[in-house]
Design a protein around this ligand. Sequence first.
Ligand SMILES: [Zn+2]
Length: 370
Amino acid sequence: MSTAKNSPKETNPTNSSGAGEEGIRQYCTMREPAQRSFAPGVSLGRQRAIIVIDRKWVNGTTLHYAFFENQPRFAHLAATEAFKKVFRDGVKAWVDLGIGLKFEEVTSLSQAEMRIAFQKNDGHWSYIGRDVLNQGVDDATLNLDPTAGNFNWETAAHEIGHSMGLPHEHQNPKAGIMWNDEAVYAALAQPPNRWSRDTTFHNIIRKIDADTVQGSYWDKDSVMHYRFEAGMINAPQEYKTKPLVPAGGLSARDREWIRTFYPPLTPAMEPELPLLTTKAIDVPPGGQINVVLKPKTSRNYKIQTFGESDVVAVLFERTTGGDVYITADDDSGEDRNALIRQRLQQGRTYVLRIRLYHANDSGETAVMWW
Ligand SMILES: [Zn+2]
């Protein structure tokens, strides 16, 4: 799908309720993503629009997940039925909201975008969004640590949130958190984290680019927010003397955001696009169009966008078993248009999904196939 730009891997034990648990917890270690570089002339606004979306999935994607079974070389990663239930409950929390992103359990690791491990003493972590595609087929993309605190569905939901492309809410620039930097560095230098100042900066103190919906205001109850002990935060002032404890589970904004970014898809949202006809990509940044293609002959086709825009275009074949990924093109940050060349078969149905990162002139970008 997209090329490997970076490999952020996150470890998280610890958000949310954790009633009765006290003291410094083991936090996420988000591997510092290699800074994505842009060609000269790519405006800051365009870069931001790309950065907040480029690891998220196009809506309508099915994320297949598989567990490691208890065969010798995977024994240390293997799932028990009880472990599987923890993960499935985390999936259910999101799926029950009726979103357009699908999850399907499969038995083969090689057929799964998400490979779920239960390695002990490795913390909870997940790669972020489409970055799971850049991992080896025998490698885990998400770990839930049965020996760590908060081994529960809420932590599973947090890690699945990362797999869907969600960042940490406590790094939202709109949070307005003013850290007691030295207290944070000192606390995280202690066990169980033992972090360097760099690691602490990148995982907690650094502000990230946030998208317009998710980043619109601070949601301290987000499932993507950590708990922080009293004294680690200078402002808001109340957290100088009391811990910041998220409410637990998915917050109202978590539910709103996921249904905005991955809305349920209806047939009306997937009109057929006749051959040689343009369809305007008339959505705001972050929005998506979906069209159905029904080729009348079997041959090689081109599917291309027009106008100055950054998009990711993904082609699926519609089958009785669901939509199957075929190919994609992502032209973000480049001065070219997304182009898919693909042999399509007469009598079959294809679905083209295009997520808009950014357009120079809204309403002046379109797609056509021929
Ligand atoms: Zn995390």
